[in-house]
Ligand binder design. Structure first.
Ligand SMILES: Nc1ccn([C@H]2C[C@H](O)[C@@H](COP(=O)(O)OP(=O)(O)OP(=O)(O)O)O2)c(=O)n1
Ligand SMILES: [Mn+2]
Length: 506
């Protein structure tokens, strides 16, 4: 965590709001703490120049607390280098005391900062009052998401390919975690354990609004009229604010049935409906479940390796396994393209599984490739148990089929199992497959919604002109996919600001 231990105060004056927003986000994401008000806890103060800083904080106060006064460029350059830069070139020199008196702030102390605090409070209130308009466009990656701003700093993406660099994604500070955390648990319980997608989605929508609020909710009146927060969610929020917890969630957590459903549905291949059947048959633990004869072969594998699959894979091991797979693949087809997508491609330090996207630039050699790859990797004892294989090209040649393999693999020399997926795309589908399997899911949703708003349907195989659903008929594709060669072409076509893979952790 690059900025761990630094408590900073940012002077916004003279800085483009977008740049400031990005610096704030990256600074916080990498362990820095941002203080809303100047206090004796602050270790670093950032400003565009000494005058802007002086206008905000009496310089003698900075000196008294040994605060390091720096130009913002220090943050930018440290981010770029991936390490903290020497302070000296960035120090805002404080020694010019004559100006303190001239500026009239020489003797202003608490009264000044208190006034400032009041102003900031007002600003925050003002910005919260027009939330309903900014939030409604949030799903479309418009300005308030900050994405556009990110794309204006191409130099900050230089470390994109570096495997060890931290992830610099868009991640605004969530000031309402006390509310979004229990809401997320409820969202997951409804979706995964109870199979109530409708309720789950209500929480999902509320979370995406609450986590972006630029203020901490202290009172439910502050969120009157906020989209996606209806009466019952407001009551939940009120309960959390009053009591610090949510009885609905606590009841679920203590409910033996919900506990069993959560456990069973977290097994690979078992969804909420099967989980409920198993519960109704009297099963309560994973050990009991092993006796159930109706489990499919892949559910049995999921159960057998349940513990293994809860362990995340360190990035460097994914990197090694990616090159192992690539080597074997290239041995079969020299020019084959093999990319490990998912959280690995987004730069995460640990991954739950590996999601491979495979294609061949000649437009035909991808056909029938998957079966050969799987056989070769089994031969090497890298692939172990299989969960699913659908190899459309091995039986019948179709141009819309995506060959898929889901299974378990072993890091060489170790028995621990990891989930691994292969998806083989034709070369035309490849950019779409790459986007879909790199994710993250939030970005995919935004891109799909944007496509839909423009009259297209986006999936992992293409971007299709689309007839919107009317009340009488289902939506229909109007034709073949728009031909686009690269991920960037897809982003451009949709008018979505380009994001490097490591910026897609939305
Ligand atoms: N409901 C989902 C599930 C997945 N995906 C896409 C985006 C994901 O990034 C990608 C891979 O899915 P994973 O579940 O493997 O998620 P990640 O690779 O992002 O994270 P991890 O595997 O580390 O949990 O597929 C999606 O759009 N919607
Ligand atoms: Mn993954």
């Amino acid at each position: 965590m690059l900025f761990a231990g630094i408590r900073a105060y940012f002077v916004e004056a003279g800085i483009q709001p977008r740049r400031l927003k990005i610096w704030c986000e990256k600074f916080c994401q990498l362990g820095g703490m941002l203080e809303n008000h100047f206090s004796h806890d602050v270790t670093h103060a950032f400003a565009s120049d000494i005058d802007k800083l002086r206008d905000r904080i009496p310089l003698r106060k900075l000196e008294r607390h040994h605060v390091k006064a720096l130009k913002y460029e220090w943050i930018q350059d440290s981010l770029r280098a991936g390490s903290l830069q020497a302070l000296e070139p960035y120090v805002l020199k404080l020694e010019d005391k004559s100006k303190i008196v001239q500026g009239g702030h020489g003797h202003v102390d608490t009264s000044h900062t208190t006034g400032q605090a009041a102003q900031e409070q007002k600003d925050r209130k003002a910005s919260s009052s027009d939330l309903s308009t900014t939030m409604s466009s949030a799903e479309f990656g418009s300005d308030d998401t900050g994405l556009e701003a990110i794309s204006t700093f191409p130099h900050e993406t230089e470390e994109a390919g570096s495997s060890s660099s931290p992830t610099f994604g868009y991640c605004p500070p969530n000031l309402n975690e006390n509310i979004t955390e229990p809401f997320m648990e409820l969202r997951d319980i409804y979706k995964d354990a109870l199979g109530d997608d409708h309720r789950s989605f209500s929480y999902h929508k509320a979370i995406s609004v609450l986590e972006k609020l630029p203020f901490k909710i202290e009172n439910v009146d502050q969120i009157k009229g906020l989209p996606t927060i209806g009466k019952s969610l407001r009551e939940h929020i009120n309960e959390i604010l009053r009591t610090g917890s949510l009885s609905k969630l606590e009841n679920f957590k203590n409910d033996k049935k919900v506990q069993a459903l959560r456990l069973f549905s977290s097994i690979w291949g078992i969804g909420p409906a099967t989980a409920l059947k198993l519960y109704e048959k009297g099963y309560r633990t994973l050990d009991d479940l092993k006796k159930e004869p109706s489990l499919t072969a892949s559910q049995r594998v999921g159960l057998q390796f349940y513990k293994d699959l809860t362990i995340k894979i360190p990035r460097h091991e994914v990197m090694e396994m990616e090159s192992l797979v690539r080597k074997v693949a290239e041995h079969i087809e020299h020019d084959i393209i093999v990319v490990c997508g998912g959280s690995y491609r987004r730069g995460k330090a640990f991954c739950n599984d590996m999601d491979f996207i495979i294609t061949h630039p000649d437009g035909s050699s991808h056909e029938g490739f998957l079966a050969k790859l799987v056989a070769a990797l089994k031969e090497k004892d890298f692939l172990a148990e299989s969960l699913l294989i659908s190899d459309t090209h091995s039986t019948e040649k179709t141009d819309s089929g995506v060959d898929t393999y889901y299974g378990l693999c072993k890091y060489p020399g170790r028995e621990l199992r990891h989930r691994i997926d292969f998806k083989v795309y034709s070369f035309q589908m490849y950019p779409f497959g790459l986007i879909a399997w790199t994710g993250n899911d939030v970005l995919n949703r935004k891109l799909r919604m944007l496509a839909e708003a423009k009259g297209y349907r986006l999936d992992d195989t293409g971007l299709y002109p689309f007839q919107h659903k009317s009340s009488t008929e289902k939506g229909k594709r109007k034709g073949p996919s728009i031909a686009l060669k690269t991920e960037r072409d897809v982003f451009d076509f949709l008018g979505f600001p380009w994001l490097e893979p490591h910026e897609r952790n939305l």
